[in-house]
Design a protein around this ligand. Sequence first.
Ligand SMILES: Nc1ncnc2c1ncn2[C@@H]1O[C@H](COP(=O)(O)OP(=O)(O)OP(=O)(O)O)[C@@H](O)[C@H]1O
Length: 329
Amino acid sequence: MLRAGDIVRTKWSGVRYQVIRPLGSGANGQVYLVRGPDGDAAMKVCDRAEDVALEWGILERVAKHSPWFPRPIQLDDDRDRPGLYFYVMESVSGEPLSDVLPRLSEREVHGVMDQMLQGLAALHRHGYSFCDLKPENVLVEAAGAVVRVRFVDIGGVTAFGRSVRQFTPFYDRAFWNLGSRRADPQYDLAAAAFALLFCLTSPPPHPLLGKTPAERQVWLDKALRRVPLAHYGTWLWALVHGRFADARAAQAGLPVPHDRGRTVAPRSHRRKPARAAGRRRQGTGQGVPGAQAVRGRPSQAVDWTEWVMWISIGTAAVVTIAVWGTLLQ
Ligand SMILES: Nc1ncnc2c1ncn2[C@@H]1O[C@H](COP(=O)(O)OP(=O)(O)OP(=O)(O)O)[C@@H](O)[C@H]1O
């Protein structure tokens, strides 16, 4: 564990980094904001040399093709602390997806998802899946009209066809019994959908980990019906069920924003789930460009503008009939 102010001197190149503050930690290690000869950077420290070597190798390979991941800077050991293994990469600014999404407008949510899918498409073009895609690993910078999305945590990136090495249960399609735990484009598309879904509604409760796959699916179906953005329920359903051929098709199917400057309500103010449990429809996937047939998709949240329109038409019809009735008497 490093502290603010600690100095790390690299063993082989003699470069000096000063620790500014921790940026985050996880199962594989800790990440610190450090100041080096070229300014601020992020240092990932792991207990095992193999983890550092593996992540560094992936980062070098992937970052070449994908500006969505941090740029690798250097791999080395600490000269003064034997057993401290680390690599240094670009420090990515932004906040985790879960903190940012609730205060974005529909148009900005659309922008975030569009960029996430572009980032995934770039990675997939080179034959890799992200695999450990979750809100903590998606950093978003939203400044005015500009929204910028970057990915961190390269550790799970896996070549297509291989078994997924690193995953988080709630973002893993196999946990929901919706596919295998093998790396492919749909694995990431499902994870992206779970990330958006849980940020827009609420994260799954911990006890779900001990439930059967059927019980988990019931929970997921309910969550999909609670999505507060028009048309996103259907699109997310198609993503988690692997209905899009690739990230480009999913991007083409992104619901068009109906932006009225509204922000996606914070959790405490979100609309109550639509009372539509019995209104599940059979669908054909129409209206979701790029999606194959979508069956048993969840019904959408109530669209009040449609209700207002029908009430107005009904009132006008009643008034017209009443006027004619009076005139004809
Ligand atoms: N390059 C970076 N720039 C800024 N923050 C970063 C960077 N890399 C990682 N982080 C932050 O540190 C956190 C932990 O890093 P990382 O995900 O690499 O660790 P991990 O041990 O693999 O975590 P997990 O167990 O979640 O997989 C990230 O969620 C992110 O908030």
